[in-house]
Design a protein around this ligand. Structure first.
Ligand code: MN
Length: 278
């Protein structure tokens, strides 16, 4: 295996979204081409209710998928398709907006720790107007691979024969949440498809790549110069590995709509304003 090198370490932007939820946008607009098919990655994390209490009231999406992974705290989802879901710690919500969804994502707690990730995964042009789709994966139903030293929660893709619940032919996403259970330093080496764009985000403990420590809550972009990822893990660390096959199609974004052309964006805005999006 030829390990991919570290190409960039991205601190992200402190911002707020929805009704004032404080978050760190790790994958910003700037990285959309480079990390195709991924469009956005937010890390939200706070133990202060005022940082998240406003939640994300009703808002639309069209043209892509959102994957929410809760690490701590509880959020309730409601959408125009009629789906209602509660996200508990360790749960995943996979929503394909397709031609249009209007939804809300609201905290079910007033204080205490709330943190997690929301990743946006693009849809190929041919699927952007597909019917919306939705899957809640509760914590105890998320596929896992375990050894004495490692727990890998498989949100997408495959790890040592354990297959994630959602498969996407066009983008072939891989999304692992890795916990080091060992009480000794450990090396983590796994194959990643050569053409996939990939990144790692450490959210607990210490992880090194090429002998360089990856700071917490930074996006470590992996160069496309190898066929695997190699990391050095310290006991207790936790991190996500995300990779996907680029679509190589034009990306046109206006807020919560991601299409291929400006005309399609204008159509999305028009459909939303006239009540025909969802
Ligand atoms: Mn949303």
């Amino acid at each position: 295996m030829k390990a991919r090198r570290l190409e960039a370490l991205v601190a992200g932007e402190k911002t707020s979204d929805g009704a004032g939820v404080k978050l760190t946008r790790l994958l910003t607009h700037h990285w959309q081409q480079r990390l195709d098919p991924f469009l956005m990655l937010d890390f939200f994390g706070s133990d202060k209710g005022q940082d998240y209490i406003g939640g994300f009231p009703n808002h639309p999406h069209r043209g892509f998928e959102t994957i929410t992974y809760m690490l701590a705290g509880r959020m309730r989802h409601n959408d125009s398709v009629g789906n209602v879901g509660m996200l508990h710690p360790g749960a995943v919500q996979w929503m394909t907006a397709g031609r249009g969804v209007i939804h809300s994502e609201m905290p079910e707690q007033e204080d205490g720790l709330m943190n997690g990730f929301q990743l946006w995964l693009n849809l190929p042009s041919r699927d952007k107007m597909c019917e919306p789709w939705y899957l809640d994966i509760p914590n105890d139903a998320l596929p896992e691979w375990r050894s004495d030293a490692l727990c890998v929660r498989v949100i997408a893709g495959e790890f040592e024969g354990v297959q994630g619940r959602v498969v996407r032919e066009a983008t072939q996403p891989i999304y692992w949440d890795v916990h080091c259970l060992s009480n000794q330093p450990l090396s983590f080496e796994r194959a990643l498809p050569v053409g996939h764009n990939a990144f790692v985000v450490v959210y607990e403990g210490e992880v090194q790549l090429d002998g360089k420590r990856l700071p917490l809550h930074h996006m470590a972009v992996l160069a496309n110069d190898g066929d695997g990822v190699a990391l050095q893990l310290e006991p207790g660390c936790r991190f996500i590995v995300v990779a996907g096959r680029p679509l190589k199609e034009p990306i046109a974004q206006y807020g919560p709509f991601v299409m291929n052309t400006r005309d399609e964006l204008m159509q999305a805005v028009h459909d939303y304003q006239s009540g025909r999006l969802a």
